[in-house]
Design a protein around this ligand. Structure first.
Ligand code: EPU
Length: 415
């Protein structure tokens, strides 16, 4: 953990073009799935973020060769050691739960400290464990420790306890001949399936909530370009809109964000969508809305905090309804330091009146997306803000401040 902070001077209208990088939430399960083969896997468009670096260290700890150069990540899992992975590494990211499935498949046993990550509510891992049980694994877990064992994983037809993203990904990686119902269908889940198919798997129903997986004898090495990060794209779009700037965000997949575009239109943000880009134009009058998060293809929880920050500029009372996480409204306390007057109605609901001219303040990142949200607020605020705890932002946004600076933002990283 480092002590870096961002200093942001607000008031600059962002201008120019910026390219979105590869998806964090796709890269992690794909890297995990690469352990299913003893042949080389070559991934491109892998984002240069702390979560990928930690993942790479965990892989090396279990004897897997990794090589990261530019955005190219190579993995060679000739052997995978059956050891307990060091708690210090696993506890750094919640996504390390994704290693349960490939390690279980390779060694018929896995012991992993309870995964860490962002502090956003309880985030139960039950959906993962239920899926493993359905597939024939014995779960010998305690509260801090996960221990899975199997004589033989067996294909079946089962329904996820809830449409958990990484839970679904674990189930897909561990599954043989299987039907998974109530599968999460986020773009990163889809990308994992495409990658597995490139390795020789036969997965159909990609993008739906029912996935059919045909059993195959063996998976082989493959090359794959990680899909573009729709959450980074959404964040950059909001950066443009909140500053009243004119920005083109390139290399996006517009259909990953359908409800996001609907909500932007409802607010009154002017933009033009192309096949793989969006241009945001300055907008005069923004209107308050109700924002409700839900599983894909609805409005993503990961863009709730950034979008709510834009709503501070909208006229009227905006309501936020976060239906997935119970701890994802804390950034509102930070925005309060900047002059917003939010009313928190429950751990899931809040409302506030706008428009508000935000004022500079020292504000903290509560998690990855809450961190991005306070940076966005600072871009629109009067004066110089200081953002602390930015290691959360570094976990998932590659070169965040460099990208913003290339658009004219006044943001610098200081110790
Ligand atoms: N949940 C529901 N209903 C559902 C599905 C989930 O209420 O149908 C609740 C869960 O109970 C939990 C929360 O939603 O409280 C998230 O559950 P999930 O298991 O889907 O989350 P995850 O797999 O641990 C992934 C992403 C998160 C992202 C969530 C939700 C990765 C590595 N992580 O987490 O990403 O917020 O899905 O989309 O893919 C981030 O990128 O900032 C991040 C935290």
């Amino acid at each position: 953990m480092h002590t870096h902070r961002f200093l942001v001077t607000g008031g600059q209208k962002l201008k120019g073009m910026v390219k979105v990088g590869g998806s964090k939430n796709a890269a992690l399960p794909i890297i995990a799935a690469a352990l299913l083969t003893d042949e080389e896997v070559v991934l491109t468009n892998v984002p240069d973020i702390a979560d990928v670096a930690v993942f790479s260290k965990i892989l090396q700890a279990v004897g897997v060769e990794t090589h990261y150069d530019g955005d190219c990540f190579k993995i060679l899992a000739k052997t995978v050691k059956n050891i307990e992975v060091e708690h210090a590494l696993v506890s750094k990211l919640r996504g390390s739960s994704l290693l349960l499935s490939p390690l279980l498949v390779r060694n018929k046993e896995v012991r992993l400290a309870f995964p860490g990550g962002c502090v956003i509510g309880k985030r139960p891992i039950d959906a993962h464990l239920d899926a493993f049980k359905a597939l024939g694994a014995h779960v010998l877990a305690s509260d801090e420790f996960l221990h899975l064992k199997t004589d033989q994983l067996v294909g079946c037809d089962f329904t996820m306890t809830e449409a958990s993203v990484t839970g679904t990904e674990n189930a897909i990686i561990a599954a043989g001949q299987t039907t998974i119902r109530l599968a999460a269908s986020e773009p990163h889940v889809q990308d994992l399936c495409h990658f597995l198919n490139a390795m020789g798997a036969k997965i159909s129903g990609i993008g739906n909530h029912t996935l059919h997986i045909e059993g195959v004898d063996k998976l082989h090495g493959a090359e794959h370009r990680v899909t573009s990060d729709y959450l980074e794209a959404g964040t950059l779009v909001i950066a443009a809109a909140i500053t009243g700037g004119e920005v083109t965000v390139q290399d996006i997949r517009p259909h990953h964000l359908d409800v996001f575009w609907q909500k932007l239109r409802e607010v009154g943000v002017q933009f033009e969508l192309g096949d793989d880009y969006v241009t945001v134009f300055p907008s005069n009058h923004l209107k308050a809305i109700t924002l409700k998060t839900a599983i894909f293809p609805s409005f993503p929880t990961d863009l709730q905090a950034p979008f709510a920050t834009l709503l501070t500029k909208a006229e009227g009372t905006s309501s936020i309804f976060e239906t997935l996480f119970e701890g994802r409204l804390q950034y509102l306390h930070e925005l309060e330091k900047m002059g917003l007057q939010p009313r928190t109605l429950s751990p899931y609901r809040a409302e506030f009146a706008g428009p508000v001219q935000l004022k500079a303040a020292t504000v903290a990142s509560w998690d990855l997306r809450a961190g991005a949200a306070v940076v966005l607020a600072a871009l629109a605020a009067e004066g110089q803000s200081e953002i602390t705890d930015i290691y959360y932002i570094d976990r998932g946004y590659a070169k965040f401040e460099e990208k913003l600076r290339s658009l004219g933002a006044k943001i610098e990283r200081v110790e």
